[in-house]
Write a protein that binds this ligand. Structure first.
Ligand code: SF4
Length: 499
């Protein structure tokens, strides 16, 4: 399928994950697995298969630096075992030291799905109880609902000023019939994603299914757009002369130069000079560029290292002269463009944020995301909240959970003989998924044994389902007991629910 549609409100299942890597720039999780401290079993087993810019989060966890995790739940039905993946992801990040946020997308449920407030509150309670029962620590983390979070709504309003209708049209397919609340629910969701960074910018991960990727991409975009001071790249190994410092200070009267060190000021300074005539907009060849560099050096702006991509362009004399003028005449500019400098993107980002925060802005870091596979429905196809037999609700009677597993489709062969001979198709089996995603817990060996025995023909579906059904029943009994135990925690968590 060339055209995997990612529609956060649709029911499209993403059949070819590989496509996502190419088409949308989602990166393979495997490639950063080793950078993750104590990876969760969902990571180890490839259930979490992709990410967008997760490295800063992994590094922050590794180095005990601030990081955050946030995910939201739309309370339109019972929480089921598919949602448990997200609960687990939030809780794991919290246990690794991240600030954890769980939110109830009640405004979205009301506006986009037309749920009544009474229904929303009932389901919200169920989601939160399961999240707490699975180990979310409400003292360390924050639970909130969109409708009562004033800060969130203010942020949503601000973010709305950075987005427009055509963009929503392009991303979400909105049209003239789309109601305004639906658009508001998008900006509210954008605010949710950036909310953990309101006090202080920090790497933040949003664990989601791949269908939510459009939201993540838009949030990353908006985070950038909120910057009134953009340093896309800069170079930070300069000494700054007193006269230059004064010059910079003059142009940044609103900034406090004392808040920056010399290197940063120098960056800002060079960045300014270049913005007047950005190199990337001039066709400049190698000789021309070298001449410019000499000029820069003569102006005391060494050392700078050009990026090779400018070398094969041709400069017009006019443009070249303008550039030289800009440098020689010490024209000052207020924005910047520093493509000609060699700075690690992360360093440049950091610099941009520092400048922005010092200037009273948010300095948001573009949020990261991790993507988990959708669980296959027990009856085949996608697991769906609206088809009870396809999923196991965390609230299901344990006996019903047992029965549903017993009735599940499998990747087994027509006959026991064939199964012994060819082995089962564990990769296509929803029952195997139950083991890998949930029932085997942290025990990789157990998960692997089920797999090997299945594909090796030693395991037959009847026994295999019986074992899975038993484990599911035990899980549900235990989970539901824990839910009872944490009702007090929910009362204490500062979230208003009508009960
Ligand atoms: Fe699925 Fe188990 Fe049958 Fe293998 S033996 S196909 S894992 S039910």
């Amino acid at each position: 399928a060339d055209d995997v549609a990612l529609d956060p409100w649709g029911s499209s299942s993403v059949s070819d994950y590989r496509n996502l890597f190419e088409q949308f720039g989602i990166e393979e999780f495997d490639e950063i697995l080793e950078a993750v401290p104590n990876p969760h079993y969902l990571m180890r087993r490839g259930v979490i298969f992709g990410h967008r810019d997760y490295r800063p989060v992994a590094e922050a966890l590794q180095n005990d630096e601030p990081a955050a995790v946030l995910s939201g739940f739309m309370p339109t039905g019972d929480p089921h075992i598919g949602h448990k993946l997200v609960f687990d992801e939030i809780i794991w990040h919290q246990q690794q030291g991240a600030d954890a946020y769980g939110l109830i997308a009640d405004l979205e449920a009301n506006s986009a799905r037309g749920m009544s407030w009474a229904e929303i509150d009932e389901h919200a309670r169920d989601y939160l109880l399961s999240l707490l029962a699975l180990g979310f620590d409400p003292e360390e983390g924050e639970l909130y609902r969109q409708s009562t979070n004033r800060e969130l709504q203010d942020l949503a309003f601000e973010l709305g000023a950075e987005a427009n209708f055509s963009e929503f049209q392009a991303i979400y397919g909105f049209d003239g019939e789309t109601d305004v609340s639906h658009m508001q629910s998008v900006v509210t969701q954008m605010a949710d994603i950036l909310y953990p960074q309101l006090e202080e910018p920090k790497p933040t991960v949003i664990p989601v299914g791949p269908d939510q990727d459009p939201h993540v991409r838009l949030a990353r975009d908006l985070a950038e757009r909120m910057r009134f001071f953009k340093v896309s790249e800069a170079y930070a190994s300069f000494e700054l002369e007193p006269a230059e410092r004064a010059l910079v200070a003059e142009f940044y009267q609103d900034l406090d130069p004392a808040a920056f060190d010399d290197d940063q000021l120098r960056c800002v300074h060079v960045a300014e000079a270049l913005e007047e005539t950005p190199l990337s907009e001039i066709d400049v060849d190698a000789d021309t560029l070298r001449a410019v560099l000499t000029k820069l050096e003569e102006a005391g702006m060494e050392p700078i290292r050009p990026r090779t991509r400018f070398f094969d362009r041709r400069a017009t004399d006019e443009a070249f002269d303008a550039l030289i003028d800009a440098i020689e005449g010490e024209k000052r500019v207020y924005e910047n463009h520093v493509d000609a400098f060699d700075l690690e993107p992360a360093e440049a980002q950091e610099l941009a944020r520092e400048v922005e925060v010092a200037n009273g802005g948010y300095g948001f870091q573009p949020p990261s995301s991790i993507y988990h596979r959708f669980m296959t429905g027990l009856t085949g196809g996608k697991m769906s909240s609206s088809i009870p037999a396809s999923h196991i609700s965390l609230l299901d009677d344990p006996e019903d959970g047992y029965d549903k597993v017993k009735a599940a489709t499998t990747g087994g062969r027509e006959t026991a003989e064939e199964q012994r001979e060819k082995g089962g198709k564990a990769d296509e089996c929803p029952v195997y998924e139950l083991y890998a995603y949930l029932l085997a817990g942290d025990d990789d060996e157990f998960a692997k044994r089920v797999y090997d025995e299945c594909v090796g023909g030693e395991r037959l579906c009847g026994d295999c389902k019986e074992q899975a059904a038993q484990l599911m029943k035990e899980f549900l009994v235990e989970h539901q007991e824990k839910r009872e135990e944490v009702t007090d925690l929910l009362e204490e968590a500062d979230i208003e629910l009508e009960s």
